[in-house]
Design a protein around this ligand. Structure first.
Ligand code: ADP
Ligand code: TRP
Length: 325
């Protein structure tokens, strides 16, 4: 099975990215599937107009993926812009994409509502994503729930392209969404997202993690009173990190009273710091070796370009687009 997924370098990795997406990337990699994982920097350009920040986020995301366990010996690991063919495929897909389909895309509406300039790149974002997926003949795309519509759009565009050109040129992908972590809550209880300023970063100092956990929004039930764990943002996050036995003890303590949100926040920070301790050490080391990171990306880019070019030859031939070289 060909697996593919990407993340935009538009901020630092957070635990929503980890549980919603990266953990599934690692599972597929461990199972020995043919995995392609990339840094979606063309996509980031739709909302980020700061060259230094984009370069920096790209390197941080590269270090983050590797520190968490993406193995360039087993997965093709690359940066989107090393495969410019993807923007070419985006053009072909644009020509079969109904405007109405883009007008119904919720992420465009959400981003514009949050104040991002409604440029054509932002409008066309799902079509570029469809190109990312179909240029590598991906069968399965591990993502969080917020990306479900984008995979559906991809399936639509693949069907329309194949219908227009009368042949099975492009492969239709399936989303892979793990329901229990499809939407990881942020410290304010909304979906955790870079754009809501409610994230718990993966690669932070233990002190900064403790401080962020301290800011998780809770109600004002006094310490001695019983509390409902199922209505608490801290508990929702503890579920991701605590072993079932400990989680049961904490849930009982909530219900019994005398256990404060402060206790739960402190334990959560400890668990997060433990969970990512080793990865943080690797991350610090990797981020201090930019040339090494670039070499790894360059090697992945070569493999990805070869796969992309094979698809583009089919696409050009099927659609009558001529190349004289
Ligand atoms: P953000 O919303 O912070 O900008 P991205 O859009 O870069 O995150 O997401 C990268 C990947 O992580 C996607 O597959 C996305 O679905 C997943 N993801 C992001 N936030 C969450 C979350 N809160 N819960 C589950 N998955 C998430
Ligand atoms: N839109 C995705 C996000 O915001 C990032 C992305 C770009 C992606 N291209 C992709 C995800 C292809 C999966 C497959 O998270």
């Amino acid at each position: 099975m060909r697996i593919l997924s990407g993340i935009q370098p538009s901020g630092r990795l957070h635990i929503g990215n980890y549980f919603g997406a990266i953990r599934q990337y690692l599972k597929f990699q461990a199972e020995g599937h043919d995995c392609f994982y990339f840094i979606a920097n063309y996509h980031a350009l739709t909302s980020l107009k700061d060259a230094d920040a984009l370069r920096e986020s790209t390197m941080h995301l590269a270090a983050g993926y590797l520190a968490l366990g993406i193995d360039p010996g087993r997965s093709v690991f690359f940066v989107q812009s090393d495969v410019p063919q993807v923007t070419e495929l985006c053009w072909f897909l644009n020509t079969v994409c109904p405007v109405g389909l883009m007008e119904r895309a919720t992420s465009f509406k959400d981003k514009v509502a949050r104040g991002i300039a409604p440029n054509m790149g932002l409008f066309d974002y799902p079509v570029l994503q469809a190109a990312d997926i179909s240029i590598y003949d991906a069968n399965m795309v591990p993502v969080g729930a917020d990306q479900k519509q984008h995979i559906e759009i991809t399936r639509d565009l693949v069907a329309k392209f194949n219908q227009a050109f009368g042949v099975e040129v492009l492969v239709s992908p399936e989303p892979y969404i793990v329901q229990s972590v499809a939407v990881v809550p942020g410290i304010d209880g909304q979906k955790m997202s870079k754009s809501y300023d409610n994230v718990i970063q993966i690669f932070d100092t233990p002190k900064a993690t403790a401080k962020t956990c301290g800011r998780i929004v809770t109600d004002s039930t006094p310490l001695e009173d019983p509390k409902d764990p199922d209505k608490c943002n801290v508990f929702a996050l503890l579920k991701l990190f605590a072993e079932p036995a400990e989680l049961q003890v904490i849930a009982d303590s909530y219900r019994a009273g005398g256990y404060g949100y402060g206790h739960a926040k402190k334990r959560l920070a400890e668990l997060i710091n433990d969970h990512f301790g080793d990865a943080r050490v690797r991350y610090d080391e990797l981020i201090s070796r930019p040339d090494y990171l670039r070499d790894i990306l360059a090697e992945g880019g070569r493999k990805a370009r070869a796969a992309a070019e094979r698809t583009m030859e089919r696409v050009r031939a099927a659609s009558g687009i001529m190349r004289t070289h």
